[in-house]
Write a protein that binds this ligand. Structure first.
Ligand SMILES: Nc1ncnc2c1ncn2[C@@H]1O[C@H](COP(=O)(O)OP(=O)(O)OP(=O)(O)O)[C@@H](O)[C@H]1O
Ligand SMILES: [Mg+2]
Length: 132
């Protein structure tokens, strides 16, 4: 569990940590930036911190690069240097619990449901049924 009620988003130009209130993190958000500017790493860190706080995260991992948080990291080179420059980060590489869903059910948890599990409301919406 987290020792703080704030999510760490990154660092300011002056090296100070930039955080967001955990209890206000149920709002919509947008992470934008040019290629290679850290969007995926930011999403990974958010998912990890939500996991620490006991919040389940569903991520549509289209490019397959978010699920790396299921493996223990081994920072090297410039990444290790960057981490060392931020002692307040208290970085401890950690593997997070990840369940992969797979529509075909071959290499992950099968993504399927039954009519009974869907219930009448969802089924009615899907079939665009009228009230009657
Ligand atoms: N906070 C950070 N500090 C230092 N290096 C970082 C940080 N975030 C990301 N990086 C480095 O930048 C690289 C690119 O980051 P990332 O893959 O998150 O970018 P992206 O915005 O998702 O790129 P793309 O648009 O190509 O998907 C990472 O592999 C990592 O080496
Ligand atoms: Mg990315």
């Amino acid at each position: 569990m987290p020792t703080t009620d704030r999510l760490l988003l990154g660092a300011e130009v002056n090296g100070e940590p930039n955080t967001q209130s955990l209890k206000l993190a149920n709002r919509h958000g947008l992470v934008a930036g040019a290629t290679g500017t850290g969007k995926t790493v930011t999403l990974q860190r958010l998912a990890e911190q939500f996991s620490d706080a006991g919040v389940a995260v569903f991520a549509a991992d289209i490019k397959g690069d978010l699920c790396g948080l299921g493996a223990l990291g081994a920072p090297q080179g410039k990444i290790a240097e960057r981490i060392a420059s931020m002692p307040w980060l208290n970085h401890q590489p950690q593997a997070y619990p990840v369940t992969l869903w797979d529509i075909q059910g071959i290499s992950g948890h099968p993504l399927r449901t039954t009519l009974t599990e869907m219930g009448p409301l969802l089924l009615g919406n899907l079939l665009e049924l009228t009230d009657s």
